[in-house]
Design a protein around this ligand. Structure first.
Ligand code: ADP
Length: 494
């Protein structure tokens, strides 16, 4: 059955064509206890379908399959690994409509955004198919002249990949792609809210020729119970995690016991700086992207808008106009632009943050509440005169709320922007080249969007500083996270 975008509410026939069991050692299997867990459609609050709910023993079986496959996979020709990734890239694009609808149904984003994510996910496979055949090392004579040193790059070993619900396909591809390219086997544990996209992705990789055991997928409602013994057991050699800073810290501590390498993509609290000399149209277009991509449910989402007091009024008015004009609707409907938030708790949190800001003096220029009806929708909201002590300045909003403060001094605003434990991304809008570089250099972040509202690209390194994480995904360095450099040192005898 092929996806359509008609307004139909019974999606069971559609979701049932995708795998819903665990993938262990190349077989689709039920969880050991036969348990299942529901997958909810956040636009309706209804259950879409159920998937296997793995117990800890299933996690151990999945890891055993990854460990068993590691030696042969590491010996597989890089060209072969590259071609599997390239085939998966082609399959993702060929199935874009079905994958986009599946993602929209379990996650909520509009079909347009979901299609964009399928293309983005596919690009990771294309990029890492190109990287798989470019892994190199070195052959040198040490400075003292008495030894030869060979350096070779070897796969780090079996990996545990833990992904969030906000970009269910792309976050998986961003980890699976470099792991495959490097010659690592893996266990993927997707977020319980969005297991279907990950299972569909795994099916595509198998179709593309990935050998049994290289990728294993365990969907579970018991994340911590399942993953902690794996991280402490000594066989997982690498954790790649994307999620909240709070959970990231727990996992970092667990990784300490067996000295597991980590890549951590954690939370953010992105500042969005609009200087008096900014091109306001450019800044507004970017604000809509940086705020509204994924309904604001992104770690890169603009969280704090700092607008120079000379341009704050026109910026805020036009932003409010554009935000109010967005169509809030179930993502599969034609013309839908803003889907629901992931669940009731997320919507309640956004509502609480807005109420807190208003109680501290903020004015609502647009939105400011949830529409009537089913689903976890929240209206695109613009707040001005936001007090710095408001909770939404220090917490990740993760929703469609733009909170605007004003400033009048460059140094002050950079200090404010940096005054957070996070450091993922900052957005800077100015037409002055010196200011552009000075501010970009002074922001304590891993990425800067300079006159741009989107920074992510598979060909560039994504990641943060401070409590936003460790390591980088994508770019030339992305594969290094899955490689160990091994030295072979030998004396020179003549
Ligand atoms: P969010 O709050 O956005 O859901 P989380 O950090 O809670 O972010 O979740 C990100 C991923 O981490 C999900 O796959 C989730 O199941 C997983 N996770 C949550 N808690 C734990 C834990 N204690 N141990 C391992 N994984 C966890």
């Amino acid at each position: 059955m092929t996806a359509t975008t008609d307004q139909f509410t019974d999606f069971s026939g559609f979701t049932e064509q995708f795998p819903r069991n665990l993938l262990i050692g190349g077989e689709w299997v039920e969880g050991g206890a036969g348990a299942t867990m529901p997958v909810e459609n956040p636009a309706t609050g209804e259950t879409l379908t159920v998937v296997a709910d793995a117990e800890p023993a299933d996690g151990a079986r999945a890891l055993a399959a990854a460990v068993a496959a590691q030696r042969d996979w590491a010996r597989t020709a890089p060209r072969k690994r590259s071609e599997i990734l390239r085939a998966a890239y082609d399959l993702l694009l060929a199935r874009i409509e079905d994958l986009a609808l599946l993602m929209t149904l379990e996650m909520g984003k509009s079909l347009d955004e979901a299609r964009g994510e399928v293309r983005y996910a596919a690009e990771f496979f294309r990029w890492f198919s190109e990287e798989a055949v470019r892994i190199d090392g070195g052959y040198t004579r040490v400075p003292a002249g008495d030894k030869r040193a060979l350096v070779l790059a070897a796969p780090v070993g079996p990996c545990l990949l833990i992904t969030p619900w906000n970009f269910p396909l792309a976050m998986g591809a961003r980890k699976i792609g470099p792991a495959i390219a490097a010659g690592c086997t893996m266990v993927l544990k997707p977020a319980p809210q969005t297991p279907l996209s990950s299972l569909a992705l795994a099916a595509i990789l198998i179709e593309a020729g990935l050998p049994a055991g290289v990728l294993n997928v365990v969907t579970t409602s018991r994340a911590g119970e399942l993953t902690e013994p794996l991280l402490r057991g000594g066989e997982v050699r690498k954790l790649s995690f994307t999620g909240s800073t709070a959970v990231g810290k727990i996992l970092l501590a667990q990784c300490g016991s067996a000295v597991v390498r980590t890549s951590m993509e954690l939370g953010g609290n992105a500042p969005f700086l609009v200087f008096s000399d900014a091109d306001l149209d450019v800044a507004l277009d970017a604000a809509m992207q940086a705020k509204m991509r994924n309904m604001g449910e992104a770690c890169t989402s603009a969280n704090r808008f700092y607008v120079h007091e000379g341009v704050a009024a026109p910026f805020a008015e036009e932003l409010a106009r554009r935000m109010s004009a967005l169509r809030v609707a179930p993502g599969w409907l034609e013309g839908a632009q803003v889907g629901p938030l992931i669940d009731g708790a997320s919507r309640d949190k956004v509502q609480r943050l807005v109420r807190d800001a208003v109680s501290r003096g903020a004015t609502v220029l647009a939105g400011g509440g949830a529409p009537e009806g089913p689903g976890y929708f929240y209206r695109p909201t613009v707040l001005i005169d936001v007090a710095a002590a408001s909770e939404l300045c220090s917490a990740e909003i993760f929703g469609p709320v733009a909170a605007i403060q004003t400033f009048n001094d460059d140094d002050d605003v950079v200090a404010l922007a940096n005054n957070t434990p996070w450091g993922l991304v900052g957005y800077v809008f100015t037409q002055d080249v010196d200011r552009a570089f000075n501010v970009s250099e002074d922001l304590n972040v891993g990425m800067v969007g300079l006159n741009s509202g989107i920074v992510s690209d598979p060909a560039t390194p994504f990641g943060g500083v401070k409590e936003s994480g460790l390591g980088r995904e994508g770019g030339r360095v992305g594969i290094d996270e899955f490689l160990d450099y091994k030295l072979i040192s030998m004396p020179i005898r003549r």
